[in-house]
Ligand binder design. Structure first.
Ligand code: GLU
Length: 487
């Protein structure tokens, strides 16, 4: 790197922080951290109509949750601020003015009605859409007339009428555009607000951005941006576009595929570590096989050249698997602390609040292996808290068993349990395992009946540990209830 790395994430505050945007953030953030550069958060809020209240806060919340910290930004300040475009309007107005003066841009006075008619004509005659350059050749006198008539102009870029422009994208290589396909796009609107193109270029230059790393959907903006850079006499940054996120069906990732906001994943019990690792590996890889990487490994090994041109698939199955890996790796206390808000919210309301953390500490050990998300935890442990009696009676009667053999199995087990002096896993093991053979049953048949009877479920953590956590009294009560159900 010859110049200091300064990269930015420049969201428009139009909605919730989409995982696709987070992927852009991650590439930028990793780039900055790898090279000891600067990561900037800049809010591109010049499209007033699309602005959504609270969106900036949601974006920041998502980034903070993932610990994707920024060095300069609206809340942080920095030497290149302000970092919100609506607070920098004069800069865009000055740039537009300069471009008009130097002949790279012109004022356009066309009314919305005229443009409407023009568009309709173009559609009718199957002409490519675009501004017909009506005002491009206006003389100073003609402009003055329009101004006196009180018409507020827009400023349009004077697109060269022929030629090509090429940029060398770090991901996509040489990309060439035919200038004849581009129209005289707007730089500054009549209300004094810039368009995305002008504001983006003015700010990337003013903020000394070295690399623009962003989604593939912006690649078609590059020729316009390069022309603005040239007209303003600025050196453009390096461009790195990354492919769009897609679902496993290869369609553009959208709400239709399920959750897409990073905050939804948080609320649905995914760990930030998982999301970081998972998103970091979409369309980027260390060696095509390593799936679990630490933040530091991502930082140490990051390179723009490893961003793939394809293969940006958001695979929810893999995400779930990875979350399970991260959940299992949590130390038990951490698992408890992170599960608590989900338990407070998700356990039935009849369970006394605040929750008994000592008891939770004991039972969470039993489910940590099985949880794929924190949001599943309440469901995995609820039978420890409430009597689940509504299970179907058939669940008590295992394969190859009858009602009678089940009643016998539970009845005899009950007797053995009543007589136990101690109630720990070894004692249960010694008392109940040989019982299966005595009853002429497979252990699976006996334990299945006991499992359903004591938990109301057919799948639980290991049976004896579960029974110990429930305690002798509750196990006996539940077996009695099962026997009554069978009677
Ligand atoms: N404001 C644009 C967006 O919402 C920024 C695109 C860019 O990075 O240039 O994604």
């Amino acid at each position: 790197m010859t110049q200091p790395v300064r990269v930015r994430f420049a969201p428009s505050p139009t909605g919730m922080p989409h995982v696709g945007g987070i992927r852009t953030v991650m590439f930028n953030w990793l780039m900055a951290r790898h090279y000891g550069g600067v990561f900037i958060l800049r809010i591109e809020d010049t499209d007033v109509a699309r602005k959504v209240e609270g969106a900036v806060e949601y974006i920041m919340e998502g980034l903070r949750w993932l610990e994707l910290d920024w060095d300069e930004g609206p809340d942080k300040g920095g030497n290149y601020g302000p970092y919100v475009q609506s607070q920098r309007l004069h800069l865009y107005q000055e740039a537009a003015e300069r471009l008009v003066e130097q002949g790279y841009a012109y004022r356009c006075y066309c009314s919305p009605e005229r443009l409407e008619v023009m568009r309709a004509e173009q559609v009718k005659s199957k002409l490519p859409p675009g501004y017909d350059r009506h005002c491009r050749a206006f003389s100073a006198k003609e402009c003055a007339e329009q101004e006196t008539a009180g018409i507020k102009p827009v400023v349009r870029f004077k697109m060269p009428l022929e030629g090509e422009i090429t940029h060398n994208d770090i991901t996509y290589g040489k990309v060439t555009f035919d200038l004849r396909t581009l129209d005289d796009f707007i730089l500054l609107k009549s209300d004094g607000f810039p368009t995305y193109h002008l504001a983006n270029v003015v700010d990337d230059h003013a903020m000394a951005i070295s690399h623009v790393i962003r989604g593939e959907e912006w690649i078609s903006s590059v020729p316009r941006h390069l022309l603005i850079y040239k007209a303003l006499g600025y050196e453009p940054p390096e461009y790195v576009h990354h492919p769009l996120l897609r679902g496993t069906d290869h369609a553009k990732l959208s709400k239709r595929h399920g959750d897409v906001s990073i905050l939804e994943f948080r609320d649905n019990g995914y760990l930030p570590e998982t999301m970081f690792n998972f998103i970091g590996l979409i369309g980027w890889s260390l060696d095509d096989k390593t799936e679990i990487l630490t933040r530091q490994q991502f930082i140490d090994n990051f390179s723009l050249e490893r961003i793939g041109k394809t293969g940006a698939i958001f695979d929810r199955k893999k995400l779930e698997w990875m979350n399970g890996v991260y959940i299992r790796a949590l130390n038990p206390e951490d698992f408890l602390q992170r599960s608590l808000p989900f338990l407070e919210k998700g356990l039935p309301h009849q369970v006394k609040r605040p929750l008994d953390t000592d008891y939770l500490r004991q039972i969470l050990l039993l489910v940590q292996e099985r949880a794929k998300t924190l949001a599943e935890v309440p469901e995995l442990v609820s039978f420890f808290f409430v009597e689940e009696t509504a299970y179907p009676v058939e669940d008590l009667i295992g394969k190859g068993m009858t009602k009678e053999s089940t009643v016998e199995a539970l009845g005899v087990s009950r007797q053995r349990i009543v007589n136990l002096e101690k109630f720990d896993t070894e004692t249960l093991e010694t008392a109940l395992r040989p019982l299966a053979e005595e009853l002429g049953l497979k252990t699976g048949q006996l334990f299945g009946a006991l499992r359903t009877a004591t938990t109301g479920r057919t799948a639980t953590p290991p049976l004896f540990q579960t029974m110990v956590a429930l305690g002798k009294e509750r196990c006996l009560e539940r077996i009695d209830h099962a026997l009554a159900k069978l009677a």
